[in-house]
Structure formats: structure tokens, C-alpha cells
Design a protein around this ligand. Structure first.
Ligand code: DMJ
Length: 459
């Protein structure tokens, strides 16, 4: 009996009839179902092993907080993904928990950039979906606690702020940390009818732009008190990336023409000085902001956000070329290294942290071109993540993409971004229409319609 069963199974797996045509690949909808199932599995693990803490440790089955006390970053970041996937019960549980059990009145010093995109962005998405006024009050309370960071002489926020006392720390920040607030703060101004948030965010962004060089390039690190550049390297990599992203998305979401003007000037400079072709691949390297001279060929996997933004802005030629570059790099290793030198062809930091950018860009490019190759790219990325990052209970980062040794950490953006973009790419526009939303840099989707009468002049 057992032998017969075994033969049946083998026949089913490998097909006994050699003349039979090859099995079709599973319908794409099945991949969306699989992504959803994997998200549910990882979410169940978070709940079992890390509930109330910031992050799940997916190998040791432990949990970790970013600071001395938890900020509930994983559930807040995960909420909008659960809603997009129709996991309403799981999402409702987070909402109840945030309202009933969470207070941000904590004597901890937090990184302003990170908590803005993950906590404030997540809470605002929660309010958008739930329309629960108590959630909005939480978002306002949280934003008011980070606002003191913006009271620097330049308006560029300090690196960190104490949520209880408002004490600030860290007077040198990079441009991403300086200028990634427009979306969250603008949405909050609109929902709360208080212009202060957008005002602060815009002042910080303009403080960066106003200090551009005569080539219209900006540097990487700035002193928030003196306004002097402490690192004059210009690029689109980690450390600057989302500053550019928020200029264009801010324009699209709020219709503020000043943001469009800043984007228009900045992007010309970016395309003039940064691109470099190597072995038929398009890279965006690092140059000095004053001379435009090339200083480094080290790029970061975060740069793969750029094809998405370029596609959004209508620059499909560069978007497709750059995605091809990142796709090449992914396939060279099977996952991407965090930092890579395209001149030497070697990773300079081989970690893969479950980052979403290349998947995000595949989703955007598939949306705009409907070319199946972008869906195929996503299939490959998902298969590789299943192969190398899956753990008994969830998914882990990888210490080194050359050895695929796993690292006991599952970043909160794996819920917020990575799984959301996979799901949307595979599921297509069924139920969730790309054109209706602008995604924050943490993939929290804001409905354009809700912001339609945003009054940027009042801000
Ligand atoms: C996310 O936290 C955000 O997208 C941020 O802007 C930079 N990248 C990480 C994920 O890689």
C-alpha cells in the first residue's frame, strides 16, 4: 500500500508521461496568496514571541526593543500592510492595543527620522483606514513629542529627541534624516487642521535645498546649528535617498508647486553629475557637491528606490535602465548586498536586511509598463527570500550574501514594505488601485483623494 502511494506521489511530482506538456507556472494570484500566508505566519510569530516589543528575533524566537522601552514599531508599521491584504482582524487587534495600552510619554531619546517614517507614518495610515479619532489623537501626541527636534537654528531637526522631556541630541544629521518629513507631517497637518507640522517639515527641506552648491547639488551631512555641510559628497544612496523621494511625492500629494520647482532643479543636477555607465549598466555614483567630480563608486541597495520615483515622475527610460542594474546585482548574489562597489565589483557591506526597494521598483515599473518581466523579477526575489531568509517561524536578515549565513533580526519594514510590495505586485490593481495612493518611504499608502483640498499656502 505504502509503495503504491509512493509511486503515485513520485508520478504526480515528476509526471510519468514524458509526452505530457510541462505544467504551467502557478497563476500569479497564487503568489499573492502565498505572500499573504507568509505574512500571516510571520505576524503570528511576532504575536507569539514579541508582542508589545519592537522587533521579532526570528531565529532565537526572541524580541528586542530599539530603546530602553518599547515603541511598538513592528505592529504600527505592519498595520497598513495587514489592511492592504484584507487581514482586518489582525489589524483591528493592533488598533485596540494602541488605543488601550500604549502611551508615548516615555523618557527615551528616539531617532527622529526613523520614528517619523515608521511610528508617525504608521499611526496616520491607521487613522486613514480606521477613521478612529483616538488614533488621530495618538498621532498628534506622538508628533508633538518629536516636534522640539525641529527647533534648531536652521530648522533642520536634531538627530534625536526625548519623548518625555523634548531634550534634543546630535547636531550632525544626514540629508535623509534632515528632509524626510513632508509626507507624514503634511498628512498630519491636513488631518489635524494644524499647519505647524507641514510648516516644520517644509522649513527643514528648504534649509537643505537653500544650501545647495552652484551646481545645484547637495551634500550628505549637515550641522543643524550652523547649517554647514560636514560631508560634501553628493549621491542618491542611503543617507540622502528619501529627501529626493519626498520632493516629488510631496508635490504629487499636496500640489505644492515649490516642491515641484525644487525637484525640477535638483533632478537635473542629479542626472548631470551622478550617472555612470559600466559594462552597459547604469549606476548613480558619488560626486563632490562643489566640483561634480566623481569620488566613489560605492552604492547601496537603498538606491533601488530610485527607479520607482523616476517612473512616477515619467522618466521611464532611466527608471527601466536602473532597475535592470539592480536586477543584475540581485541575480549575481541571489539577494543584494547592502553596499557594493561597482568599480571593483565587490560588496563593501554584504548584509541583506530584508529590504524592499528593488521590489517596490518592480511593482511601480510593472504598473506603468505592464511588462511581465517586472512580475518575473518579483517572482525571483520572492523565491530567493523564501530560499535564504525563511526561518522556522518567520524571516531573517542575511549576514553575508556570499555565504547566506542568516542574522537573527527581522526589520519592521519587512512587514511595512517588503511583503506589501510583493503582494501588490502579484495581485495587480485588484481592489487596491496604484493611482489612488502615494506611498511614504515606509510604504504607508495615503489616499490622494483625502488630501485633495490640502491647502499648502495655509501651512
Ligand atoms: C525603510 O525604512 C525606508 O524605506 C527608508 O527610507 C530607507 N529604507 C528602509 C528599508 O530599506
Amino acid at each position: 500500500m505504502r509503495t503504491a502511494l509512493l509511486i503515485f506521489c513520485i508520478c504526480t511530482l515528476f509526471s510519468c508521461d514524458s509526452t505530457e506538456p510541462p505544467q504551467p507556472t502557478p497563476p500569479i494570484g497564487d503568489l499573492a496568496t502565498q505572500v499573504k500566508a507568509e505574512t500571516q505566519r510571520a505576524w503570528a510569530a511576532y504575536k507569539q514571541y514579541a508582542w508589545g516589543r519592537d522587533v521579532l528575533l526570528p531565529i532565537s524566537k526572541g524580541a528586542e526593543n530599539w530603546y530602553e522601552e518599547p515603541l511598538y514599531i513592528s505592529p504600527i508599521d505592519a498595520y497598513s500592510t495587514l489592511k492592504v491584504m484584507g487581514l482586518d482582524e489582525e489589524a483591528a487587534e493592533i488598533e485596540t492595543y494602541i488605543i488601550d495600552s500604549v502611551s508615548f510619554d516615555k523618557d527615551i531619546s528616539v531617532k527622529v527620522f526613523e520614528v517619523n517614517i515608521r511610528v508617525l507614518g504608521g499611526l496616520l495610515a491607521m487613522y486613514q483606514y480606521s477613521e478612529n479619532e483616538q488614533v488621530l489623537q495618538k498621532a498628534i501626541d506622538f508628533a508633538d513629542r518629536i516636534l522640539p527636534a525641529f527647533d534648531s537654528p536652521t530648522g533642520v531637526p536634531y538627530y534625536s529627541v526625548n519623548l518625555k522631556t523634548g531634550a534634543v541630541d546630535g547636531k550632525v544629521v544626514n540629508v535623509a534624516e534632515a528632509g524626510t518629513y513632508l509626507l507624514e507631517m503634511g498628512v498630519l497637518s491636513h488631518f489635524s487642521k494644524n499647519p505647524i507640522y507641514y510648516e516644520k517639515a517644509k522649513r527643514a527641506t528648504k534649509a537643505i535645498y537653500d544650501r545647495r552648491s552652484s551646481l545645484d547639488l547637495i551634500g550628505q551631512d549637515i550641522d543643524v546649528e550652523t547649517g554647514e555641510w560636514t560631508k560634501t559628497t553628493s549621491h542618491i544612496c542611503a543617507g540622502i535617498d528619501s529627501y529626493y523621494e519626498y520632493l516629488y511625492k510631496g508635490w504629487l500629494l499636496f500640489g505644492d508647486p515649490e516642491l515641484k520647482a525644487i525637484w525640477d532643479t535638483s533632478i537635473v543636477a542629479v542626472h548631470t553629475y551622478l550617472p555612470e555607465m559600466k559594462d552597459s549598466l547604469l549606476w548613480y555614483g558619488r560626486v563632490d557637491m562643489y566640483t561634480g567630480k566623481h569620488v566613489s563608486s560605492v552604492v547601496t541597495l537603498y538606491d533601488a528606490f530610485f527607479p520607482a520615483v523616476l517612473a512616477l515622475s515619467g522618466d521611464m527610460v532611466r527608471a527601466e535602465k536602473m532597475q535592470a542594474t539592480w536586477n543584475w546585482l540581485w541575480n549575481r548574489y541571489g539577494l543584494e548586498p547592502m553596499a557594493y562597489d561597482y568599480a571593483t565589483g565587490k560588496p563593501t557591506y554584504p548584509v541583506y536586511d530584508l529590504n524592499p526597494e528593488i521590489i517596490e521598483s518592480a511593482y511601480y515599473l510593472y504598473h506603468f509598463t505592464k511588462d511581465p518581466k517586472y512580475k518575473a523579477m518579483g517572482e525571483k526575489y520572492f523565491a530567493d527570500i523564501l530560499k535564504y531568509c525563511k526561518t522556522e517561524i518567520a524571516f531573517s536578515a542575511v549576514e553575508n550574501v556570499e555565504t547566506m549565513e542568516q542574522r537573527d533580526y527581522m526589520a519592521t519594514f519587512f512587514f511595512a514594505e517588503t511583503m506589501k510590495y510583493f503582494y501588490l505586485l502579484f495581485r495587480e490593481d485588484d481592489g487596491f488601485h496604484f493611482d489612488d495612493y502615494i506611498f511614504t518611504t515606509e510604504a504607508h499608502p495615503f489616499k490622494k483623494e483625502l488630501l485633495a483640498n490640502f491647502n499648502y499656502q495655509a501651512q
